[in-house]
Design a protein around this ligand. Structure first.
Ligand SMILES: Cc1cn([C@H]2C[C@H](O)[C@@H](COP(=O)(O)OP(=O)(O)O[C@H]3O[C@H](C)C(=O)[C@H](O)[C@H]3O)O2)c(=O)[nH]c1=O
Length: 181
């Protein structure tokens, strides 16, 4: 299992050891000792699983403190462009967004710490599973409009399918003063 920090500090791309044989494959998707040795000594308290058709866009979401969530994200079926936006005001990469391909072939995982907005778009029909470091708290839900011109994210797919709730998310400029990551 290898851990690589990406251009957004503390965002970690994880490549698991995949053991293939004539039956299929086996891989560890989380190992407390291995993660801790790599500096990812986090406790996950909730596991999520969503299914999306090709072209579906979920995000950009975060939970406000004290319910901010770190997430360990992977695509267990199909492929996604995973998008992460740094919302930590003191970060050198504040407001910077990055796009990472996650799919069921490379089986890479992405650790997104608290203080980031997260979303993904389905390149093909997909299922995404992700562990969280904090529990869901509906009252703490926050988000940013997927096509916020200030972020200028290239989602890679035209005319995505976006929920009404996500279509109505605010622009970053309208919530920036309230951010406290
Ligand atoms: C997130 C969540 C949702 N729900 C309920 C609330 C709604 O009735 C239903 C669908 O929720 P929502 O439309 O917010 O699901 P997504 O659009 O996939 O939201 C997720 O999308 C992006 C990619 C994320 O990173 C977040 O983990 C999460 O916000 O599940 C729960 O019961 N528990 C939960 O933890």
């Amino acid at each position: 299992m290898t851990f690589t920090e990406l251009e957004l500090k503390d965002v970690i791309l994880i490549s698991p050891n995949v053991f293939g044989d004539e039956r299929g494959f086996f891989m560890e998707t989380y190992n407390k000792a291995v993660f801790s040795k790599a500096g990812l000594d986090r406790e996950f308290v909730q596991d999520n699983h969503s299914k999306s058709s090709a072209g579906v866009l979920r995000g950009l979401h975060f939970q406000k403190n004290p319910y901010a969530q770190g997430k360990l994200v992977r695509a267990t079926k199909g492929s996604i462009w995973d998008i992460v936006v740094d919302l930590r005001k003191n970060s050198a990469t504040y407001k910077k967004a990055i796009k990472i391909l996650l799919d069921d072939k490379d089986k890479r995982m992405l650790y997104v710490p608290e203080g980031f907005a997260h979303g993904f778009i389905s390149i093909e029909d997909c299922e995404v599973q992700y562990k969280c470091t904090n529990l869901y708290n509906k009252e703490s839900e926050g988000g940013i409009r997927w096509n916020d011109p200030e972020l200028g994210i290239d989602w890679g797919i035209e005319n995505p399918v976006v929920s009404t709730k996500d279509q109505e998310l605010p622009y970053l400029k309208d919530i920036e003063s309230a951010l406290n990551f």
